[in-house]
Ligand binder design. Structure first.
Ligand code: ADP
Ligand code: ADP
Length: 227
């Protein structure tokens, strides 16, 4: 469980990106943060893994105050997927996927085997292992991004518009396969999108934010539809 307790982020120029956010992302569920550009979605997400520090309030990971945790330790338990995958261009696909396992000191053989297993899991052929990111389509790169985030099997996944930059047909495939994968893995997921249809399709719970980083509504997809 990830819990926001009166979390505020004011940037040095005075912009209040997140204004007193209270929210719980339950264990094993997909919580979607949705809302217009600038409403504080990315800021909220990045405060969870302490890429951004809150100005006030606390974020809890189960019963631990994340502010008191070692940031590297915290991040070991949190996979992170961004819009344009962010793969290392000079590393092979297998090496990209193995990034965190290798940082954690796994031996190379085990990390390689894990990379191949994950390639399969995200629906890519094993023959991609030795390719470079530029040799993959945008949708394929996003799959690798998901595989990389899953490599060390973190309980929590942060996903920032992971499917927004690909064309609608590929986006739908990625969404469907993501739901299938999640039904097997049961991660605690916080998923950011500006697309309300995507939020309804993917979310077990939907947090609608408005500009100023306040919660406008927290509901399940059925109730959001009724509005
Ligand atoms: P979203 O992800 O919903 O588009 P963001 O969290 O990126 O929103 O941004 C929320 C608000 O904070 C916006 O007004 C944005 O311009 C502002 N903001 C984001 N990053 C910074 C920064 N480093 N310095 C100042 N303002 C920022
Ligand atoms: P570099 O190529 O800059 O040396 P590293 O191999 O040190 O990069 O780390 C690569 C990336 O892996 C980092 O930018 C970070 O996003 C991600 N990363 C590193 N450690 C972790 C971790 N424990 N959990 C999740 N992601 C991590």
């Amino acid at each position: 469980m990830i819990r926001f307790d009166s979390v505020t982020k004011t940037y040095p120029d005075g912009t209040v990106a997140v204004g007193g956010l209270d929210m719980v992302a339950p264990t094993g569920k997909i919580t979607v943060l949705v809302g217009p550009s600038g409403c504080g979605k990315t800021t909220s997400l990045r405060m969870i893994n302490r890429m951004i520090e809150p100005t006030a309030g606390r974020i809890w990971a189960d019963d631990r105050d994340t502010a008191t945790m070692d940031a590297a330790e915290l991040r070991r338990g949190i996979g992170y997927v961004i819009q344009h995958a962010g793969l290392f261009p000079h590393r092979t696909i297998a090496a990209n996927i193995a990034t965190v396992p290798l940082l954690l000191g796994w031996d190379k053989k085990k990390a390689r085997a894990r990379s191949l297993e994950l390639l399969e899991r995200v629906g890519l052929p094993l023959s991609f292992a030795n390719r470079y990111p530029s040799q993959l389509s945008g949708g394929q790169q996003q799959r690798v991004g998901v595989a990389r985030a899953l490599a060390a099997d973190p309980p929590v996944m942060l996903m920032d518009e992971p499917f927004s930059a690909v064309d609608p047909v590929v986006r739908e495939q990625l969404q469907d396969e993501f739901l299938r994968l999640q039904s097997e893995l049961g991660k605690t997921i916080i998923f950011v999108t500006h697309d309300i249809d995507e939020a309804i399709k993917l979310g077990d719970q939907i947090a609608v934010l408005r500009v100023g980083g306040k919660l406008a509504q927290l509901s399940d997809p059925a109730h959001l539809l009724a509005h």
